[in-house]
Unconditional design. Sequence first.
Length: 272
Amino acid sequence: MRFARIAVFICLVFAAISRLSAQVPQLSPPLPINSPVRDPQAVAAVQGAISALGGGTLIGQQQSWAVEGTFTGGAGGPTQTGTFTWEAAGSEYRFAGSNSTGKSLFVTGHGKPSQINAGKTQALPQHMARAMFVPALVGPVLLQELQNQSYSIRYGGTDTIGNESVVMVMTAAETTYPDNVVTPQTWYFDASTGLPVRVDFRSPAPKYAPAYVTESFDYSDFRAVGGAIFPFQVSLSISGSGEVLQTFSVNSISVNASVASSDFDAPAGGAL
């Protein structure tokens, strides 16, 4: 799946996939379902993970975040190294990166997402922002999905990752299109600690949401920040490939950070 590597856009994770739709079969999308499915066993597993990550009350009190760190290319991806900043507040996200070739940016844009690379701004469809989440914010992401009654939460059984026993849970907003196509995720929780070990997610093409690549984040080095637990090491791969494309090493996480609303808008003229 060589084409999937274009999904890696410096540290922007999966924003730069402008050619993906031309290389993935344009299958007919599945129809939305009438009402979400919430398996009690799956809901309990998500609740257990949230508890292990600091608890719903504490995580719910966190409304904004600023994450800074460095990234390196893996054997299966680009070899560049650089720095990144991820910001989030509510449903808005900002991914910024810099390396020896320049700077890049993805913003959710208050409903008008866009990316900037090499000084050029490209508008993106809303479904790409719906598929995205800040990789390190596993607790807030899981809490939002648990509290959102439009999300299905299905139990997927047990498996192993390396030597770890894991519990699998599938989440997705399935009652509307294209959310039912771009939001599905599979979470793998450590059977002993409840902490997330991995999440599989979809990187959709800009022009056709059902054309997507499934990628994975693997999590490790969990640390407490303001009482909540965050992974400080995140690796990105194409799901099932075993090849790490990029590794993100978090240096700092600021909780309830002062994040300006304008940070989520693309700068005028594409100047970074």
